[in-house]
Unconditional design. Structure first.
Length: 206
């Protein structure tokens, strides 16, 4: 009877020991999983911070270059690497007076993008008077797109003036060239604009 009792106690102790071991192993694996997850998170945060820092460097570099002299007025791209191994590609564009910089920073497998816009829109109607240029060309000098032409203030009626013996309107579009009359002539009834002429409506590029 006593031997059976001792055996039962030993069996119970082994059983309890196994349960305790399983609990501790589960806790250990759980803790290891948490630590591994945190390690990955910290690593990802480090890469993200470095990539964002590189992207910001690209923005600052082009903003500085735009502040020098006449500034940036044509599409431009610059790329470079930093001491920590991060890289950036910064692209400058201009659309009808609105300037935009998009900078993408990269560090190892992580990429982050920052963009900024600045400047003032120059969209609107511009006179094209005997320029030997079309409104497409006139608007492109402002980094805009010609959306319509016309002798009205809004440049929307699709007409232009030319002079024969009298001032006459004709049908025009953005590709119509406003040629210089030979000899140069004027339409007195229109506050003496030189013919051929029309207004160009310049708008932002789509």
């Amino acid at each position: 009877m006593l031997n059976n009792k001792i055996k039962n106690q030993k069996g119970t102790s082994i059983y309890l020991s196994l349960i305790v071991m399983v609990i501790f192993l589960a806790m250990g694996f759980g803790l290891a999983g948490i630590l591994l997850s945190q390690k990955k998170t910290i690593k990802g945060m480090e890469e993200s911070v470095n990539a964002l820092g590189a992207a910001d460097t690209g923005i600052e570099k082009l903003l500085y270059e735009n502040s020098q002299g006449a500034g940036l007025n044509n599409p431009y791209e610059e790329n470079d690497s930093l001491d920590n191994g991060a890289t950036y590609v910064a692209k400058f564009t201009i659309n009808c007076g609105i300037k935009k910089i998009v900078s993408t920073g990269g560090y190892k497998e992580t990429k982050r993008k920052i963009e900024t816009t600045f400047g003032q829109s120059v969209a609107g109607a511009y006179l094209n008077s005997a320029s030997d240029k079309s409104c497409d060309v006139i608007c492109s000098t402002y980094n805009c797109t010609c959306s319509s032409v016309g002798v009205d203030d809004g440049a929307t009626n699709g007409q232009y003036y030319y002079k024969t013996s009298i001032c006459t309107t004709g049908i025009a579009n953005c590709a119509t060239v406003m040629t210089i009359s030979s000899p140069a002539s004027f339409c007195p009834s229109l506050s003496d604009p030189q013919t051929n002429w029309t207004n160009c409506l310049c708008a932002s590029n789509p």
